[in-house]
Design a binder for this molecule. Structure first.
Ligand SMILES: C[S@@+](CC[C@H](N)C(=O)[O-])C[C@H]1O[C@@H](n2cnc3c(N)ncnc32)[C@H](O)[C@@H]1O
Length: 316
């Protein structure tokens, strides 16, 4: 059973402003929640192209989307290759760039990825240190924990986990691995816990939460993939098309906000000029100025939605 509760389901799909005959891309298929709602709104000529780098998501999606598979193309790839992959999907191409009517991102990991012990994402289950979304990828959490330099470990714990005790934890990991590799999530969680002062351990949830999040982001280069894919999404969205992005982490949201801002119209002419002469035309307009967040009812039903933010932009 692939049990993932979709976050901001209606809001994110409404953001795409679906035309029944349009071509839409779901970059993060996961449990196919957003994808199902998209295909239900498509007419005879509409199409959905859905990406996920995790083979589990595809197995599940084939069943969940079964009644609509004639309209669906599943792509097992990292969405950082969005533009290249779309060129293989027989969509319209303008000046060498594939064009679609809307692109959705629901970033991060799915609940089954987090909850299944064998994936090695969770400090709550003992498992080999893995954390790969794409299980054909070489880099795992084991490599980072056992091979990366102390300074690099400290940097990712600080930056991706916003962990105050990043330096202590990195030092402790390096010390512990001197007596043999750190192979399991349980051992790592214990090392992290012991590196954090006892007084601060009592607040803020499990003491290993931030470190595990940081490792997961590093293993999957989540921020690098997002940056590359959002740039591609701006290019590949046709005029009038929409991009909906759900983020769960402040760094993810910042990348989305800044990428959109970069492409929003930016006329630099003095305000008293009767018309624009600078020619600095933007290619996007923001559909919502402030991010959309889950309602109280959604948060009550699904606490995992608590840090979600949705931003939507339209291609001019
Ligand atoms: C939050 S879940 C998506 C849930 C989905 N929207 C739903 O309603 O069920 C994120 C999914 O995106 C996938 N994913 C994350 N980063 C990816 C990337 N760079 N390339 C491809 N898939 C990615 C994960 O494997 C995971 O299945």
């Amino acid at each position: 059973m692939f049990a993932h509760t979709t976050v901001l389901l209606n809001e994110a799909v409404e953001g795409l402003n679906i035309k029944p005959d349009g071509i839409y891309v779901d970059c993060t298929l996961g449990g196919a929640g957003h994808s199902s709602l998209i295909v239900e709104q498509l007419g005879q000529h509409g199409r959905l192209i859905a990406f996920d780098q995790d083979d589990w998501a595809h197995e599940n999606a084939k069943q969940r989307l079964a009644p609509h598979l004639d309209k669906v193309t599943l792509v097992r790839s990292n969405f950082r290759y969005l533009e290249e992959e779309l060129l293989n999907c027989n969509v319209p191409v303008v000046d060498g760039v594939p064009q679609v009517d809307g692109i959705l991102f629901d970033l991060g990991v799915s609940s089954p990825q987090l909850d299944e012990a064998e994936r090695g994402f969770s400090y709550n289950h003992d498992a080999p240190l893995d954390m790969r979304m794409d299980r054909e990828q070489e880099l795992t959490a084991y490599h980072i924990v056992n091979e990366w330099e102390e300074r690099e470990l400290s940097r990712i714990l600080d930056r991706y986990g916003e962990e105050k005790f990043a330096r202590n934890i990195a030092r402790s990991i390096v010390k512990n691995r001197q007596s043999g590799p750190i192979t399991s999530t349980a051992v790592l969680a214990e090392i992290v816990k012991n590196a954090i002062p006892a007084a601060t351990r009592r607040t803020g949830g499990h003491p290993a939460k931030r470190s595990f999040q940081a490792l997961r982001i590093a293993v999957n280069d989540e921020l690098g993939a997002e940056e590359t894919a959002l740039e591609a999404a701006v290019r590949c969205t046709a005029s009038g098309g929409r991009i909906s992005v759900i983020t769960f982490h402040s760094l993810e949201d910042r990348i989305c906000k800044q990428t959109f801002a970069k492409y929003v119209e930016k006329c630099t002419c003095p305000p008293d000029f009767p018309m624009c002469v600078c020619g600095n035309e933007g290619v996007l307009k923001l559909v919502n100025r402030k991010p959309i967040v889950p309602s109280d009812a959604e948060l009550e039903a699904n606490p995992r939605a608590r840090s979600a933010k949705l931003r939507v932009a339209e291609k001019l």
